[in-house]
Design a protein around this ligand. Structure first.
Ligand SMILES: [Fe+2]
Ligand SMILES: [Fe+2]
Length: 285
């Protein structure tokens, strides 16, 4: 779904003369869904550079809560993912799965943890990244339906958005949640106030990418960047057996049918979205 195009004002300085040019340039942001384990990281490294160039992407944000063998992330994996072309990293309910990461997160400038964790938790509750002269903020909230109790994601979003008032050109809000209803309601709560509301956590891309009536791009789930011949990234057999008998098992990260799943969002000078498109790139596609 596409809104009418607004235009960016770009000032060029050539030989000390300032020329203002009106362009149709929009900011193109790629938001990559949960990177799962080594298969997800390897495929991201292989295809993101070409994708950035081909789609003329200005900014890449990725959720990497499952980067370390499917559970959490480490400082070295943050560096690896950023070297692959990711500008900002968000996390989810697996944020603290890797031992000691809570002592490292404050040193990682372009990594943020969910905004509705307890306020004593370390880590940034949002990021602001500048690209092409535009300041773009991103933050994540965890849902509360069928998940652990947390502070209210709606109130947490209000708090972060209010703290950014007048300081950024666009805001991306991520809702990392289990329940479709909570994600849809969150999208409608923030529409017109942020450029995009992007769902993550369930690892399966949904077919509802759209621009909401007040100009916010929305999708219920971006999908994961990892192995799709799996149960949401893990080997099929132990997960299926676990549903049958409930016995404890090791759920290893699967290996096959690895795809990158992301959305490409076009943001105009109003800070709202013109377009959202789901991009799924597998080895053969
Ligand atoms: Fe995840
Ligand atoms: Fe999650």
């Amino acid at each position: 779904m596409r809104r009418s195009k607004l235009r960016f004002r770009v000032i060029f300085i050539v030989a000390d003369r300032m020329t203002e040019v009106i362009t149709d340039r929009v900011l193109k942001v790629l938001f990559v869904g949960d990177i799962v384990g080594r298969p997800g990281r390897t495929w991201l490294k292989e295809c993101l550079g070409a994708l950035r160039e081909e789609l003329e992407i200005d900014l890449v944000i990725a959720n990497a809560e499952n980067a370390a063998a499917g559970a959490g992330i480490t400082t070295s994996l943050v560096q690896e993912i950023q070297a692959a072309g990711v500008d900002g990293i968000t996390l989810g309910d697996h944020v603290w799965d890797q031992r000691g990461f809570e002592k490292e997160i404050d040193r990682l400038e372009r990594v943020c943890r969910p905004a509705n964790l307890d306020p004593v938790c370390p880590g940034r509750d949002h990021l602001v990244i500048e690209t092409k002269g535009q300041r773009v903020a991103v933050f994540t909230v965890l849902g509360r339906n069928f998940m652990k109790p947390r502070d209210c994601p709606f109130r947490a979003a209000d708090r972060v958005i209010q703290s950014l008032d007048g300081q950024v050109d666009a805001i991306l809000a991520e809702i990392h949640a289990e329940a479709t209803s909570e994600k849809v309601a969150f999208g409608r709560y923030l529409e017109g106030r942020v450029a995009a509301v992007l769902g993550t956590h369930t690892h399966v891309p949904t077919a509802d990418a759209a621009i909401l009536p007040k100009g916010t791009a929305y999708i219920t789930d971006v999908g994961m960047t990892g192995p799709y011949d799996s149960v949401i990234g893990r080997d099929v057999a132990p997960v299926v057996s676990g549903f049958l008998d409930g016995l404890p098992r090791r759920f290893s990260v699967a290996k096959d049918d690895v795809r990158l799943s992301a959305v490409l969002i076009e943001i105009d000078s109003s800070g709202l979205a013109q377009d959202i498109r789901l991009i799924v790139k597998g080895v053969m596609s």
